[in-house]
Design a protein around this ligand. Structure first.
Ligand code: WTA
Length: 654
């Protein structure tokens, strides 16, 4: 079936940055013909170099690619200082609190706060270039200020999403050997205070020897435990610092940040990003994909704890000199009109969110958008998971009034910025389709040996040439980096970057993402490794073995489902069900403790065994098919006990 096609709104094409498919192809062909020349042009015109680089791309240690070698620059300078001559009084950050608080920081004010914070880090905490600073922060302007202050002095930040537990926080602090943790007392959510500092206290109560100090921003004013000699009040310390701070000259390849993300095996990996290449692509995609104009107000609803928040709340918008909105609350409080009210009030031009939020807002407030004036909107964006056609349609019609392009942006923590996305004033859009690789990005759908996957069939989504904002390595684990991303797919015998996603190309060359091909699931657009959840569940005394899979969920896209084999079911009490119910609660309590509430199981089934091959390998594909109610196409005769498939199916049907 051919999908309906939505051409760009002609009202906007004329003064668009990329205003037609011809313009797109011209750029993309230029990149194909002269890859380094293409990137040189942008690096020269976009980045404010302190001293010039000598080589665009160094492939000598592939896949540890280097970009713009030996160039010197500073990301905070790129995001703030260089704008001061032309935009000093422009709003850089508009903050809206959960409770409706408002705060606006101009570029000049942002520079002032960032410099003071940078000096505080240097003077009070002895933070030097290359030191790691962990942030466990809510969605308040100080989060952006602290990120940029780190960038200014060359410290490497590592943000841990506020929904992660003390255990998860401790793992990340220890892996990064952070010297300083920056947190807040807490923040507000749905009209009530919630706490962050107590989680940091627990995380630091065992281990974390690298941490010398905790710097606490005051947000909700609740009482917190205070450890003298370790805990310091941000709001007090900052008063004495100078608002002038020289930017540390950073090598293009010096790490800007680490961000831990889930893989298909083992513990989360610390994705390491560079300075120059990362910020270049953050800025370019911000400009191209959101067709940024000088007067625009841009709102990305993500949290700074995820890559989307890094690149499209803080770094991309500020590098591009835009006005970015930061929102502390949730889209459904006080009601499902909150976002639309904010769009009207701040005259938002680009609104960027996850399909989960769209589905939720659709369900909870189908007609809410019509109550507000949303005519400022030009571009709507989605990210993080596949969007389904009904959600797309509602977004397009009810929110965008059939006037806005929807940019379905495919990318990953590892890619730093958008990779595949419509260009709002060029690409004729097919709903729920990421369309084409952006200019400069070489995406292909292939088989593992490099042969192109036939049209309309699922293959492996690979990026076949390095790009400036790509992951540089996994912190402390270069081998895992090579194995995770350059181990699966090869073209002419040469490893290429494999995303972990499957995709399909149609007869018009459009790319549709079909989802993860590995053991990573996508819960509400948040990436979760099944292995991590399984590790947590195995900590329960009565669990013998477990397999976790994604289960389709109406709002969340995928929910977490666990098949659990218990060591013993105390049948003698004949209250199996009640007992299992208790066990469910206990297992979820462990998950909450080990990872955080975002990893809780939606449901689980207690099964007598898991389908295993004779060598003991769990056949997850069968378990995935079973939970989706799909026909089992795998050959079950090779299983140790083929009858287990029917047994499990019967349990699920109950
Ligand atoms: C998924 C988020 C379909 C994909 C920026 C990818 C998507 C993972 C899309 C990365 C999209 C992201 N359509 N799926 N437009 N965007 N994904 O690292 O499976 O949190 O591999 O980065 O999200 O998640 P991550």
């Amino acid at each position: 079936m051919k999908k309906e096609i939505f051409p760009p709104n002609p009202k906007y094409t004329e003064d668009a940055l990329i205003g037609s498919m011809d313009a797109y192809w011209e750029l993309q062909n230029r990149a194909k013909d002269d890859y380094e020349g293409f990137w040189r042009e942008y690096a020269d015109s976009k980045i404010d170099w302190l001293s010039p680089y000598d080589k665009v791309l160094d492939e000598s240690e592939a896949p540890f690619y280097k970009w713009f070698t030996n160039g010197k620059m500073n990301v905070a300078n790129q995001c703030i200082d260089r704008h001061l001559s032309t935009k000093k009084n422009k709003a850089a950050i508009i903050f809206e609190g959960d409770n409706g608080d408002q705060q606006i920081l101009t570029y000049r004010e942002l520079a002032y706060e960032v410099n003071k914070t940078a000096n505080m880090f240097k003077n009070q905490f002895n933070i030097k270039k290359g030191d790691r600073v962990v942030l466990y922060m809510p969605m308040i302007p100080e989060s952006a200020v602290v990120m940029l202050a780190c960038a200014k002095i060359g410290a490497i930040h590592s943000i841990v999403f506020g929904g992660f537990s003390a255990e998860a926080l401790r793992d990340r602090i220890e892996d990064a050997k952070a010297k300083l943790v920056v947190t807040a007392d807490g923040a507000f959510r749905k009209g009530k205070p919630y706490m962050l500092k107590p989680v940091v206290d627990v995380a630091l109560s065992k281990g974390c020897e690298s941490v010398n100090a905790v710097c606490v921003v005051e947000r909700n004013g609740e009482d917190i435990h205070w450890e003298a000699g370790r805990d310091y009040a941000y709001n007090e310390l900052i008063k004495n610092e100078s608002p002038r701070c020289e930017a540390e000259p950073m090598d293009s390849e010096d790490p800007l940040f680490l961000l831990y993300t889930s893989g298909s095996t083992g513990k989360p990996k610390g994705v390491q990003h560079s300075s120059a290449g990362y910020i270049l692509w953050a800025q370019m995609t911000m400009e191209w994909v959101f067709d940024l104009k000088d007067n625009d107000t841009f709102w990305c609803t993500a949290d700074v704890g995820w890559i989307t928040g890094h690149t499209y709340i803080v770094y991309g918008p500020l590098a591009a000199g835009a006005t970015t909105v930061m929102f502390e609350g949730v889209p459904t409080f006080p009601d499902a009109g909150r976002c639309w009210k904010m769009v009207e009030e701040y005259q938002i031009n680009q609104f960027y969110t996850a399909p989960t939020a769209i589905r939720l807002l659709h369900k909870m407030g189908e007609d809410e958008p019509s109550k507000y004036d949303l005519s400022s909107l030009r571009i709507l964006g989605t990210v993080g998971e596949p969007i389904d056609p009904p959600a797309w349609k509602w977004y397009y019609e009810a929110v965008g009034n059939s006037n806005c392009a929807i940019v379905d942006t495919w990318w990953q923590t590892e890619t730093g910025g958008h990779m595949i996305s419509p260009l709002p004033s060029a690409t004729p859009i097919k709903p729920a389709c990421a369309t084409f690789a952006l200019p400069g990005i070489m995406a292909e759908v292939i088989e593992k040996d490099g042969t192109p996957t036939p049209i309309g069939e699922k293959g492996f989504l690979c990026i076949t040439k390095p790009w400036p904002s790509m992951i540089r390595t996994i912190w402390n684990d270069p081998e895992r980096f090579e194995k995770s991303y350059f181990g699966d797919c090869k073209i002419d015998g040469k490893p290429v970057y494999f995303s972990g996603d499957g995709a399909m190309i149609d007869e018009d060359g459009y790319i549709t993402i079909t989802g993860r091909t590995d053991d990573v699931i996508n819960v509400s657009g948040h990436r979760m490794g099944t292995a991590e959840v399984e590790e947590a569940i195995k900590k329960h005394d009565n669990v013998a073995s477990v397999a976790v899979v994604g289960k389709p969920h109406e709002i969340k896209g995928e929910g977490i489902f666990a098949y659990v084999v218990l060591k013993s079911t105390p049948m003698e009490h004949n209250d199996e069900i009640a007992n299992e119910f208790e066990t469910v609660k206990e297992i979820n309590a462990i998950i909450k403790n080990e990872i955080g509430a975002i990893a809780l199981c939606d449901s689980m089934a207690f099964v007598p065994d898991l389908p295993k091959t004779r060598s003991g390998k769990i056949m997850r594909r069968i378990l995935r098919s079973l939970i989706k109610g799909e026909k089992i196409t795998q050959d079950t005769s090779t299983l140790e006990d083929p009858s287990i498939v029917d047994v499990i199916e019967n349990i699920l049907n109950k």
